[in-house]
Write a protein that binds this ligand. Structure first.
Ligand code: URA
Ligand code: CA
Length: 434
């Protein structure tokens, strides 16, 4: 087989065979095919697209390029949740203990990653002593005992994706549905989930800017998952404003704790109930979504989700008294209010820019080497549709540097669009696909 022929075939709009896709992924992973040929193939895929069969084959070839986790020693149906990425998305911290408290195993391999705020592991390190260092056996026994564990990445999962993603990033070939879908799904499948619930974000703070694009990506990923025997559902949710109020690591942990206490933001809770009820149904712990939702609401009202969260923090060496006394979590030196300079209604809060402002404050990593400041970030006081009078507080900046705080304040004001007569008509949940 020659890479040249694969490029030519795809350039001419033909379908690649399973063998051809396997050849390309295997040899690219091993370093036998140069980046310039793979770049050309990616561009051909971008223009000519891939069929559903090709996309499934690509996904499985990427899965097979590295290790796969064997979670078979964990009792029960392992349902994983994955978000395509948004701003201030605190759902994992809330959902995981809710679902685990119903006896559903949550075996999460997480990363630190790049972005506006840290990954789940960074956030959890807000609890003094918390650690993800454990062997695979410890990880499995933790899940069996507590129904929940968060581990650091072990093994090399989907190495082909790592190479492809980096190459797509510099060749303007990221935003192709087949390439995104295979990239995301290969990692979930390699991580050993029996069933998968996807949170596909739509809006300016997301990869997919329109509901149509989000729908197409969601359908493609659901087809891949179901096609390879991992039952998959996708929820399409709004990311045209940040989710909840908090953007920042310890700030989001605090928000998660309030939500588990039944005192959190309505949109965050609603999204957790929607994603969670689909997880509970896929785990076969409820007959239907209504029953699952009720079970999840009970985990909040009867305190079992909060208790599960503490049990989990304890089990991984963290100081769970922080849950009862959130003031012990990392705190910024300066907390500065941002006031509105006009009357009106909030029409939009630019999610993408809010994320970038939080990152500038130190909440996220711009490069792999950057250090995260767990304490800093933004806490919104107003959301889309809220009425505002001049002088009302729109948000608080949490900063450890006065100059950065002042800059963030100016930028936050600019990214609140306040108009005279706005009626909020953007839904939190657009659609659910199965
Ligand atoms: N997230 C991924 O993991 N892969 C993509 O291609 C896009 C978003
Ligand atoms: Ca949030």
């Amino acid at each position: 087989m020659r890479m040249y022929d694969l490029i030519l075939k795809k350039r001419n709009g033909e379908e690649l065979t399973t063998e051809e896709i396997n050849y390309f992924i295997e040899n690219y992973t091993q370093g036998n095919i140069p980046d310039y040929q793979v770049s050309a193939l990616l561009m051909a895929i971008f223009f000519q697209k891939m069929t559903e069969r090709e996309t499934v084959d690509l996904t499985m070839a990427i899965v097979n390029s590295g290790d796969t986790l064997d979670l078979s020693k964990i009792e029960g149906i392992k349902v994983d949740k994955h978000s395509t990425g948004g701003v201030g998305d605190t759902t994992t911290l809330v959902l995981a203990p809710m679902v685990a408290s119903l006896g559903i195993p949550v075996a999460k391999m997480s990363g630190r990653g790049l972005g506006h705020t840290g990954g789940t592991i960074d956030k959890l390190e807000s609890f003094e002593g918390f650690s993800v260092e454990m062997s695979e056996d410890e990880f499995i026994s933790n899940v069996n005992m507590h129904k929940i564990a968060v581990g650091g990445q072990t093994g090399v999962l989907a190495p082909a994706d790592k190479k492809l993603y980096a190459l797509r990033d510099v060749t303007a070939t990221v935003d192709n549905i087949s390439l995104i879908a295979s990239s995301i799904m290969s990692k979930k499948i390699a991580a050993g989930a029996d069933a998968i619930v996807l949170d596909v974000k739509v809006g300016d703070g997301a990869f997919m800017k329109t509901p149509e694009d989000a729908q197409a990506l969601a359908e493609e990923m659901v087809k891949i998952g179901n096609g390879v025997g991992r039952e998959t559902r996708a929820v399409i949710s709004d990311m045209d404003q940040p989710l909840g109020f908090a953007i920042g690591n310890a700030l989001e942990v605090k928000e998660a704790i309030s939500t588990l206490k039944g005192e959190g933001p309505a949109d965050l809770l609603e999204l957790c109930l929607t994603l969670g009820s689909n997880m509970v149904v896929l785990a076969k712990k409820a007959e239907d979504l209504n029953q699952a939702r009720k079970m999840l609401m009970d985990t909040i009202s009867n305190g079992s989700a909060l208790a599960k969260f503490k049990e989990f923090i304890d089990a991984q060496g963290g100081d769970s008294s922080f849950v009862d006394f959130p003031d012990k979590l990392p705190k910024a030196k300066y907390i500065i209010p941002v006031e509105s300079d006009r009357d009106g209604v909030v029409e939009k809060i630019n999610a993408q820019n809010m994320g970038l402002i939080a990152m500038e404050l130190g909440a996220g990593r711009a490069t792999k080497e950057s250090e995260i400041d767990l304490a800093v970030g933004i806490v919104l006081s107003k959301k889309r549709g809220d009425k505002i009078s001049k002088g009302d507080i729109l948000a608080y900046v949490h900063a450890n540097d006065v100059e950065k705080a002042e800059k963030a304040k100016q930028q936050i004001i600019k990214n609140f669009v306040i108009s005279k007569n706005y009626i909020n008509d953007i839904p939190l949940i657009y659609n659910i696909i199965k």
